[in-house]
Design a protein around this ligand. Structure first.
Ligand SMILES: Cc1cc2nc3c(=O)[nH]c(=O)nc-3n(C[C@H](O)[C@H](O)[C@H](O)COP(=O)(O)O)c2cc1C
Ligand code: SF4
Length: 425
């Protein structure tokens, strides 16, 4: 397959073509026409189009967006809120930053359409604090939208009032998790909590709240423009539309690529990424980012598809693909990943807080060559305990890379178990 047929530019169609600081250029490229179309429709009809499109959330969990919108619309209680999750703390991901920097109005248009569909009057952008440039661009774009009458009171004389505030994160990874994010906006310490209830019924200030990822919102204007049925022709049976891929690590051409669902990980690495420098062999590829699974070279033909990945107990998270060639030290990489989560754990629950400390100690034993068979068994129990008993996705997913190395590269652990023979050398 050529690299042209591998890519499909929908969300990135304006990249490099319009000045992201100019609302006029966005409008000239067809921007805000989907919003005007939305204003001629009933809220439930907009949601039906989103349902028909088959759009699933791009923030990692893949929850159907139309269903989420419907739940918020049906939920009792006012005011209702809508939040764009632009925290993007997962190492290996940079797509939301590039969407904000290259086409901010595409996101804003998607948020306004969604708010109108569920009759929500107040929105928030939760932007990672380190993304100072994105924050500036989004704030300027919001102001332009207000001046043009796309935000504020009585938008385009429709009688609909809606505005968006910007809230910046303070450097905590867990604040990308929806409950930690909500309490952070409320001014409390960013910690996750038990579910249910879910934010759709009990979110910001205990009111119904729609939270979606930046990339999810970007799809909304395109779905309204094309119609849900037409949009659903892109991709595969279980995964509709395009996906932004953040390709990094040992590849010739790292960067952002937009592909239709259904392309293989190998095609992304070889055709779009240009393969591995100096034709080295691939040791492993991490999908989704630090919290995602690692797979060996002989599994790279797996396609970007929610269902196909799930059947193999894999996921592509929010779209990072990190390539590691034959030179890497697998246990060192695992230690670095676990150290990251140990640092980011909010400390609220024991399986995550203590589990990560214990996982680091156990990994050290394997790295130093002092581990025993019992340590290996302990790692397996720890993975299970953390993934089953942690309160939020951070602790549940933190040991994923260790679990997958044990599954696909068991010799990395078993080869380092200390034996009586090695003591006598
Ligand atoms: C630890 C943790 C961090 C997360 N970070 C982000 C993030 O930075 N951006 C994001 O969109 N979703 C993140 N999520 C997922 C959100 O909780 C939520 O599912 C998502 O924003 C929903 O949007 P979607 O339906 O459009 O995917 C994170 C989840 C967890 C458990
Ligand atoms: S899993 Fe970790 S980050 Fe999530 S609530 Fe528990 S301690 Fe906090």
């Amino acid at each position: 397959m050529s690299s042209e047929t591998l890519t499909k530019k929908l969300l990135t169609s304006n990249f490099g073509k319009i000045d992201s600081g100019s609302i006029d250029e966005y409008i000239s490229a067809g921007g805000y026409s989907s919003l005007e179309k939305a204003f001629s429709m009933k809220g439930e009809d907009i949601i039906d189009e989103i349902k028909a499109s088959g759009l699933k959330g791009r923030g990692g969990a893949g929850f159907p967006t139309g269903l989420k919108m419907d739940s918020v619309k049906q939920a009792e209680g006012t005011p209702k809120y809508i939040i764009c999750n632009a925290d993007e703390g997962e190492p290996g991901n940079f797509k939301d930053r590039l969407l904000m920097e290259n086409d901010p109005h595409q996101i804003i248009e998607g948020i306004i359409i969604s708010a109108y569909a569920a009759r929500i009057n107040h929105g928030y952008f939760f932007i990672r604090g380190e993304y100072m440039n994105s924050i500036k661009i989004i704030e300027a774009a919001l102001e332009q939208s207000r001046v043009r009458g796309y935000l504020g009171d009585n938008i385009l004389d429709t009688g609909f009032d809606f505005d968006i505030d910007v809230h910046t994160g303070a450097g905590s990874y867990v604040c990308g998790e929806e409950f930690a994010l909500l309490v952070s906006i409320e001014g409390k310490s960013g910690r996750a909590t038990y579910k249910p209830p879910f934010p759709t019924t009990c979110g910001l200030y205990n009111k119904p709240t729609q939270i979606n990822n930046v990339e999810t919102f970007c799809n909304i204007p395109h779905i309204l423009e094309m119609g849900g049925a037409e949009y659903s022709k892109i991709g595969t049976e279980s995964s509709k539309g395009t996906k932004l891929i953040c390709l990094s690590g040992n590849v010739v051409n790292p960067g952002l690529y937009e592909v239709p669902f259904g392309v293989s990980v190998r095609a992304i690495i070889n055709e779009l990424g240009g393969g591995i420098p100096n034709n080295r062999d691939i040791k492993m590829v991490q999908l989704g980012g630090a919290s995602g699974p690692v797979i060996p070279d002989d599994m790279l033909d797996i396609r970007l598809d929610f269902q196909e990945m799930r059947e193999k107990d894999l996921n592509f998270g929010s779209g990072a693909i990190i390539v590691m060639d034959e030179r890497i030290n697998v246990l060192d990489i695992l230690k670095r990943i676990i150290k990251f989560f140990h640092h980011e754990s909010c400390g609220k629950c024991t399986p995550c807080r203590e589990g990560l400390t214990q996982m680091l100690l156990l990994l050290d034993r394997f790295i130093e060559g002092t581990a025993t068979k019992e340590d290996l068994a302990l790692i397996e129990v720890l993975i299970e305990t953390m993934s089953q008993a942690s309160i939020c996705g951070l602790g549940q997913a933190a040991p994923t890379s260790v679990k997958k190395v044990l599954q696909y590269f068991p010799e990395e652990f078993t080869g380092r178990i200390h034996t009586m023979d090695s003591m006598t050398v």
